[in-house]
Design a protein around this ligand. Sequence first.
Ligand code: NAD
Length: 287
Amino acid sequence: MTAPEIRTIGVVGLGAMGSGIAQLAIEAGYATVGREVSDDLGERARERIAHFLQRKVDKGTLGVDERAAALDRLSLTTSLADFGRCDLVIEAIVEDLGAKLALFSELETIVRPDAILATNTSALSVTEIAAAVSTSERVVGMHFFNPAPLMPLVEIVQAELSSRAAVDAAYTVGERLGKRPIRCHDTPGFVVNRILIPLVNDCLRVLDEARVSPEDLDTAMTAGAGWPMGPCTLVDLVGIDVHVHASEALYEKLREPRMAPPPRIVAMKNAGLLGRKSGRGFYTYDS
Ligand SMILES: NC(=O)c1ccc[n+]([C@@H]2O[C@H](COP(=O)([O-])OP(=O)(O)OC[C@H]3O[C@@H](n4cnc5c(N)ncnc54)[C@H](O)[C@@H]3O)[C@@H](O)[C@H]2O)c1
């Protein structure tokens, strides 16, 4: 397959990740179509993007005119039919295989035959998602990190049937979005989560084994191992529910005991101690 030149990007799902990806796309000069399930959710995403771009203007890293031009490049829709003019569609809807399969099979009937389809899934198999379309060679993973506008990495994931042209095109878009893309194959957790999740789980097990406080564990890993942030601070920031979900997904696929979430954080999740977003996790936060 020959990949098209990417001029127009579609983003499906404008939640935490999709709105960040749409922001990157409009800042990089791409005409961008964002789809949400309701006008209200779409408008909320536009307001969030406008707010973050305003913060850049206030900091002097973006001009007032550039902000306005970027926002003009974003069009919102609730209809998938508007993706007919997209060269690349990046999916960032809920992490549910059934929902993603339904979306990809509908997308295939709408987008041009040469358009590339990418998923931002963290824990599902890109190969399984690609099975929803008859032209699986155009499906790749583009795994951004949260918050997408700030985290430099994007993992470009080659699924079983992805074409070289589709992977290369996604890589080039990643670069144009100002990211540092890496290439990898479709294995559970890809690269970063495959390494980081069991490592963080080990850290959390040591909390109980060594009877060390969260503060001291964080100091151990920042002052002793050079981590930019301690594991308790990191899990509070990511969200304890998000970390538990990612651990369970990896454990289900790999059956490695280190992947399983330690019982202590499962209990914290069930008790609503989710970290920063709920005001309390390993630490307490002012709302
Ligand atoms: N949050 C993270 O840290 C993170 C990091 C990397 C990748 N991801 C992945 O990105 C994807 C999205 O995660 P998120 O955290 O942004 O979730 P989110 O819940 O914040 O956003 C999902 C959005 O998708 C919308 N949506 C659902 N179905 C839709 C459809 N058919 N069409 C259009 N919109 C639809 C929802 O209304 C919601 O706004 C998931 O696959 C997740 O695994 C998340």
